[in-house]
Design a protein around this ligand. Sequence first.
Ligand code: FAD
Ligand code: NAD
Length: 452
Amino acid sequence: MAEQVDVVVVGLGVGGEETAGRLAQAGLRVVGIESRLVGGECPYYGCIPSKMMIRAANLIAETRRVDGMAGTATVQPDWTPVAKRIREEATDTWNDQVAVDRLVNKGATVIKDHGTITGPNTVRVGDREYEATRGIVIATGTIPSIPPIDGLAGTPYWTNREAIEVETLPSSLLVLGGGAIGMELAQVFARFGVQVTVIEGAAEVLSMEEPESGVLAREALERDGVTFKLGAHATQVGHAGDTFTVMLADGSSASGEKLLVATGRRVATADLGLDKVGLDPTARRIEVDEHVRAGDKVWAIGDVTGVGAFTHNAMYQADIAVRDILQEADAPTASYRAMPRVTFTDPEIGAVGMTEQQAREKGLNVRAGSTPIPASTRGWIHKAGNEGFIKVVMDADRGVLVGATSAGPMGGEVLSALAVAVHAAVPVDSLRQMIWAYPTFHRAIGEALKEL
Ligand SMILES: Cc1cc2nc3c(=O)[nH]c(=O)nc-3n(C[C@H](O)[C@H](O)[C@H](O)COP(=O)(O)OP(=O)(O)OC[C@H]3O[C@@H](n4cnc5c(N)ncnc54)[C@H](O)[C@@H]3O)c2cc1C
Ligand SMILES: NC(=O)c1ccc[n+]([C@@H]2O[C@H](COP(=O)([O-])OP(=O)(O)OC[C@H]3O[C@@H](n4cnc5c(N)ncnc54)[C@H](O)[C@@H]3O)[C@@H](O)[C@H]2O)c1
């Protein structure tokens, strides 16, 4: 006999934890099911520990910029405090008890096991079955997508999980994939003295962003000593002793002590029972409407929806689901038009909305403007480490920005003004009237607008 509750949340990562907690606080009977760690990928293997690594690596890079600008400084990189901080401060040695307690204190029932949907309103976990009278929220996230390269399976390759857990750095590292994970971690390890080679299948890294962003990030990593193989297709992986060797289609090869596979993410919903609620278990993502509903009394949030694999998207969709489930009169609907994202390389690559090419492919009457950060007063003052640019993409028919990139020192922070402009569709004429504080990095936005 199924136990009646109001809502069952399957997966308590960023999105699921937020949803379960808020619904429980609102007085609903909520069961949250998590097979690994409450909090999910972001706090234990993603955003937070990787940004702690980046903070440490950037301190090293800044110290190396002292020479010629502020005297002399030497830095002896040491991974020990970084690994310790990740273990002790970020992840509690990958123990989620604090997160479990936090959720229980909000009134939710937390079950640490694998959940399976068994019917339109029912979820089984272990030997218990729950009937969710208001509905089921699917928040099961993604796992690393491992390409079917001959020889790769069965080797001790790293995914982001092993890379985040590393206590002792290898002398050399191959990184398969020059996306956000590959680029952020490649720069970190290179700055700590690891010989890093990035193998990217596309013609340029960060291929989802403006082409200028990929060039900027790659050149920055090259200055850190990273080697790139672009447009490179791995045909075979070998592992012998302490060495990985990746054979490439052009006949060349690359070797390293460790191999990090960072070639994207995929949903892992094959055994979730999606067919029991009328959804395709083999689909690449769970499609949702503007209320993040995936079907009758079924909501899906976060990475599993394929809208954008970002913590801020999981939180955004969680808010929409919660307010829809609570049947709030003014419940908002989702719009991904102004999705921001930041790749935390140095320089940081912030972007919002469409790239110029995406806007053109949409058939918009596009005008684009760009300005280099080193040409701005603040960029010139900053000098060492000032590489970057601001690019704005305008729908000339509507007179509003539909996309923008802010790359450079604190590029992710400078992005905020551009994100407001795209989100609120602020007329470009109005943006041009703004007084931009002098001498700031964001003042370069005004210069980019003049180029439209
Ligand atoms: C290295 C790295 C760095 C990142 N950096 C950033 C960043 O700087 N900024 C940013 O915005 N995003 C970043 N991300 C992405 C971010 O981590 C994800 O977008 C976010 O975690 C998605 O949240 P989610 O709730 O959808 O899924 P997840 O966090 O993946 O959580 C899903 C949970 O569901 C559980 N689960 C799955 N199936 C079941 C089941 N059947 N039963 C029970 N439990 C189940 C899983 O165990 C997991 O804990 C990064 C990711 C990585 C890997
Ligand atoms: N700062 C952030 O917000 C942040 C940081 C890390 C990860 N993330 C999220 O995590 C997701 C996953 O990151 P990711 O870097 O794994 O994926 P990604 O999709 O960003 O990049 C994967 C890269 O691997 C390349 N690739 C795919 N197959 C390949 C192959 N066989 N050989 C060589 N190259 C190949 C692709 O061309 C692409 O450039 C991202 O989409 C992002 O949303 C976000």
